[in-house]
Design a protein around this ligand. Structure first.
Ligand SMILES: *Cc1c(COP(=O)(O)O)cnc(C)c1O
Length: 349
């Protein structure tokens, strides 16, 4: 296959001139800034943020061993998902292919932008079937969304199937690695030079514990990153987020320690759930959550809420019917969950 980025980008996006902010027009340092209509009195946040997030990108690039030119930062990965769809998909004409069940935002963003969603089933082991995905694509398919580890099933998708898609599909393959830090796997970042159509999404919302800051990473060729930069809101990452993320990224050892604890907790929880009467299935997980199948998921969900415990009800998942997705918590939280589940499952209504 040949990959032609110019042909993939929407014509209006290719032709447009991006907004030029005050901070783009003047990039030196000055003693008097009267160019952006800011309040001149000294408040903590009176000045606009760096639209290019230079300091933050330098730090993240060093951590991920990439170049800043290969990195786009979004107000959560959700912003990057939306911008990818808006950059490449002509509303009412183009489509995106999404193996299901998976994270709901790909579909929501596509539908918000009047872009057709073509669902394909994952296999019974929640793996991607490359042949089925390719058979669903046509000349108007611009993006394939893969989520690995997949939400809500927790498993990594197979490398062979992803490689086949990257090699055969002339559009863009997005791999959402929101949970990659919980796996032992290296992920796809190092394979970026080999695949011009590869886009990787990561986030500080999960392993890094910064969901409230809203910072998502999109890693791709500099050509693809330039397209996203062209259409992003100029000040999409606010000053507080840039400062606080920069600070947190100074201490990767905290993240690594917490991830190790959560993985241990996950494996214990997996083991206990497998031995719990009334839990029909526990799906193996590489992430910080576990998917389980029980006989009446809706009622179990309700009865957990009555005990003050909230989990996610995931409806009609492939062959498995209604399931519950359990986020791995602290050891105490997981213990409460297990005791409540044991009680509920041993006293059917
Ligand atoms: C949680 C999650 C995200 C994170 O989105 P943010 O907008 O960065 O918080 C992205 N993708 C998947 C699959 C997720 O589960």
């Amino acid at each position: 296959m040949t990959f032609d980025l110019d042909k993939l980008v929407r014509t209006n996006v290719r032709k447009m001139k991006p907004y030029s902010s005050a901070r783009d027009d003047f990039q030196g340092t000055a003693s008097v800034y009267l160019d952006a209509n800011e309040n001149p009195f000294s408040h903590l946040f009176s000045r606009y943020p760096d639209p290019h997030q230079a300091a933050l990108k330098a730090r993240i690039s060093a951590l991920k061993q990439i170049q800043p030119a290969n990195l786009f930062l979004g107000n959560g990965s959700d912003e990057a998902i939306d911008l990818l769809i808006r950059a490449f998909c002509e509303p009412g004409r183009d489509n995106v292919v999404i193996p299901q069940p998976t994270y709901g935002m790909y579909t929501v963003s596509a539908e918000t932008n009047a872009v057709e969603v073509r669902p394909v089933s994952l296999t019974s082991a929640f793996d991607v079937n490359a042949g089925a995905v390719l058979a669903t694509c046509d000349s108007h398919t611009k993006l394939i969304f893969l989520c690995s580890p997949n939400n809500p099933s927790g498993n990594l998708l197979s490398t062979d199937a992803i490689e086949r898609l990257l090699s055969a599909f002339p559009g863009i393959v997005v791999i959402d690695e929101a949970y990659i830090d919980f796996t032992g796997a290296a992920g796809w970042v190092s394979r970026l030079p080999r695949y011009p159509n590869l886009v990787i999404l990561q986030t500080l919302s999960k392993a890094w514990g910064l969901a409230g800051l809203r910072l998502g990473l999109c890693i791709a060729s500099s050509e693809i990153i330039n397209v996203l930069n062209k259409i992003k809101p100029p000040y999409n990452i606010n000053t507080a987020t840039q400062q606080l993320a920069l600070e947190a990224l100074n201490y990767p050892e905290n993240m690594i320690r917490e991830v190790a604890q959560l993985r241990e907790q996950r494996d214990q929880l997996f083991h206990h759930l497998q031995n719990l009467r009334g839990v029909n299935r526990v799906f193996p997980s590489d992430a910080n959550f576990l998917l389980i199948q029980v006989s009446d998921a809706k009622s179990v969900h309700q009865r957990l809420i009555q005990r003050g415990i909230v989990v996610r009800l995931r409806s009609s998942l492939l062959l498995y019917g209604d399931c519950l997705r359990l986020t791995v918590g602290t050891s105490e939280e997981n213990q409460k969950l297990l005791s409540a589940l044991e009680e509920i499952l041993n006293q059917p209504v």
